[in-house]
Design a protein around this ligand. Structure first.
Ligand code: NDP
Length: 502
């Protein structure tokens, strides 16, 4: 059990139950962590409430100083974090480094921009209310419960945690049962740097996450599957606790006739197979203009044939063993329905690793086209034109990310895709830009992390109207006369009547 878990355990009078996190490449035990009970989770939220009062009482500059110290503590011991991510998820060290680096970038952005986005600012009161001074500020909600997945155990939860903290909230974080060590490590560095448990971690299985939904937090930020997201939302509905749901995706890449084909093929392959395809904004489908379809498939298969999953490869193991069944089922269904594997196939799905698999001629009603596969696989389909590509891209229940490769029409195609984020002539680029909001529509969830929207997500807007002088027309009084009403009607006519140009 880690020191932070132990400290937290003794603080909360911890019970004996524990669970192990395992290295998915070898099955070895990486760490043993407590299964925090409902009472312990509630105690963590209670403690967080005290911490939230202290943290919210600091200035933006004060919080920025602490968050910067946390970031520096993480950077100082980065190899440890990378090793922990590598061991708990199985992803190659290079991928773990990329993930940690991007997450740290987000902490810096959130800390550095919180004041500009959230501090009280004046807004125009409008002509009718010109006697008022109007302003709005964004206040912290209090305690945010963050429930995270295992696929990006640093980047994904920090997208909520860093923004919630920068906005002045305390956080109780429940990491996935597959990556508890990463969560504990993050909280340990925070407590070292700040000296107070404004960020706490509770560990355990799904029941611990469920307990967090009932523990009195002021908002739950959930990242995980759509199915669990629905359970979280239902649980939170009982107490009218607001939620952010960052759920799954079925992202498509669209390749236009004028696209740079080698670049598009390289990006599609990386988007589909990096992190063994276990990426919410990973590429799962590709729609290619018929004029460049053959050239694209050639470029893609040539590159994919050189890619290898294994301890010595650029693709790590499947982190969650049960996902292997999902991947196998999707490939089998695609082949049963008439699809062909031009790289990989059913044999590519092993005991721990899945080799890159490219499926063509797969009917659009197949599982591999409609449901999240979460493996290093993709379907590639030929389309007549961009209208058809957009129509098919938009024809799933998900709407998280998307990518367009086109020299001339990238922006117009991207605008027509129903997804929270699009990359043009690059892949997944939006996730690395801290000023851009991150989130989806439909089955991919709602609410936003990252950027100004991500900061505001963990606040409530506090509006204040201060009267500066007595108005010409006092409307909010029972002493209002008919003359005032007549004058008011004339003013409305002048401001909004048919001849008004405004
Ligand atoms: P899950 O939905 O299985 O789990 C997510 C988290 O919820 C875990 O911490 C889990 O705990 C917890 N949990 C499980 N049951 C409950 C419950 N009843 N109440 C509250 N919490 C619960 O997702 P995965 O961990 O498998 O993550 C993969 C999914 O995450 C994919 O669908 C992926 O697309 C999505 N994702 C979305 C992202 C986005 O930003 N939109 C980013 C990254 C991933 P435990 O692990 O202990 O069961």
């Amino acid at each position: 059990m880690s020191p932070t878990s132990q400290a937290a355990a003794s603080r909360r009078g911890h019970t004996a139950a524990t669970f192990d996190s395992l290295d998915p490449a070898t099955g070895e035990v990486v760490g043993t962590h407590p299964v925090h009970t409902e009472e312990e989770v509630r105690a963590a939220v209670d403690l967080a409430r005290t911490e939230a009062a202290w943290w919210a009482g600091l200035s933006f500059t004060g919080r920025k100083r602490h968050l910067t110290a946390w970031k520096a503590a993480m950077v100082q011991r980065l190899p440890e974090l990378i090793e922990m991510v590598h061991r708990e998820t199985g992803k190659p060290l290079g991928d773990a480094t990329l993930e940690a680096g991007l997450a740290i970038e987000h902490i810096g952005w959130a800390a550095g921009h919180a004041r500009r986005v959230l501090a009280r600012r004046k807004v125009s009161p409008g002509l009718l209310m010109a006697h008022q001074s109007a302003s709005v500020a964004y206040k912290p909600l209090g305690v945010i419960g963050v429930i995270g997945p295992w696929n990006y155990p640093v980047f994904t939860p920090l997208g909520s945690i860093a923004y919630a903290l920068a906005a002045g909230n305390a956080v109780v974080f429940k990491p996935s049962e597959y990556t508890p060590g990463v969560g504990v490590w993050l909280a340990e560095r925070f407590e070292e740097a700040v000296g107070r448990p404004v960020l706490q971690v509770v560990t355990g299985l799904g029941a611990t996450g469920a307990a967090l939904c009932h523990a009195g937090a002021d908002k739950i930020a959930f990242t995980g599957s759509t199915a669990t997201g629905k359970k979280v939302m239902a649980a939170c509905a009982e107490t009218l606790t607001p939620v952010v749901i960052e759920a799954g995706g079925k992202d498509a890449v669209i390749v236009d006739a004028d696209a740079d084909i080698p670049v598009a093929a390289d990006a599609a392959l990386w988007g589909a197979c990096s992190n063994a395809g276990q990426t919410c904004i990973g590429v799962e489908r590709v729609y290619v203009h018929e004029q460049v379809y053959d050239e694209f498939v050639d470029a893609l298969t040539t590159k994919a044939a050189r890619l290898h999953a294994g301890a010595d490869g650029k693709i790590g193991p499947i982190t969650m063993p049960s996902q292997l069944h999902v991947i196998r089922r999707h490939v089998q269904d695609a082949l049963d329905k008439g699809g062909r594997a031009v790289v990989g196939g059913l044999d590519a799905v092993g005991e721990r690793y899945v080799q890159p698999t490219i499926l063509v001629d797969v009917p659009e009603n197949s599982l591999a086209v409609q449901e999240e596969t979460f493996g290093p696989t993709m379907t590639v389909a030929k389309v007549r034109d961009m209208d058809e590509a957009i129509e098919l891209t938009n024809a799933t229940a998900y709407g998280l990310g998307s990518t367009v490769f086109s020299k001339r029409h990238g922006m117009t195609v991207a605008e027509r895709i129903r997804s929270g984020m699009s990359a043009v002539n690059g892949v997944i680029s939006f996730a690395g830009i801290p000023s851009l909001p991150f989130g989806g529509v439909g089955d991919s969830g709602f609410g936003r992390i990252h950027g100004p929207d991500g900061l505001k997500e963990f606040t409530y807007a506090k509006a204040i109207a201060r009267q500066r002088f007595r108005p010409m027309l006092t409307l909010t009084t029972f002493d209002r006369t008919e003359k005032t009403d007549r004058l008011f009607t004339r003013v409305i006519g002048l401001l909004h009547g048919p001849r008004t140009r405004r």
